[in-house]
Design a protein around this ligand. Structure first.
Ligand SMILES: [Zn+2]
Length: 139
């Protein structure tokens, strides 16, 4: 079980992140609207026309970010709901408690480390990030 102190801190984290995600979604929507409006006219200055390819690339990029933010806000909402109904911190795969340390680092986690790794492996996501250029595995 998670004690009340940890629960309170996790709730704060979740609400803060949800707030942040909401603001970023708003910003992306505004940006998309602005771009739509700007791409309508034929009076685009030369400097901006040269950037057209870059804008398309950027738009694809923000679609990805948009999808990611939607996913994230869903995870955060699920975590908050689970906090309310008392199932928060229980691995939804094996039913074991998720360590508080993991929950503090990833408040939206719904699985323990083992199940998450298993899940990621099945999805083809590497469990650990590639080694950074500075770090040599040989020491
Ligand atoms: Zn598990």
């Amino acid at each position: 079980m998670i004690d009340d102190d940890v629960r309170t801190r996790i709730r704060e984290k979740l609400e803060q992140e949800l707030d942040d995600v909401g603001r970023r979604l708003e910003a992306l929507r505004d940006e998309a609207r602005t771009q739509e409006a700007e791409s309508g006219g034929d009076n685009t200055p030369l400097t901006e026309a040269a950037d057209a390819a870059h804008v398309v690339e950027e738009r694809e990029n923000s679609m990805q970010v948009f999808g990611w933010l939607i996913d994230r806000s869903e995870s955060l909402n699920t975590a908050l709901r689970r906090l309310d109904d008392g199932t928060y911190g229980i691995c939804e795969s094996c039913g074991n408690p998720i360590p508080a340390k993991r929950l503090m680092a990833r408040p939206e986690a719904t699985m323990c480390v083992d199940c998450q790794e298993e899940h990621d492996r099945r999805q083809g996501i590497p469990s650990s990030p590639p080694p950074s250029p500075g770090a040599s595995p040989l020491g």
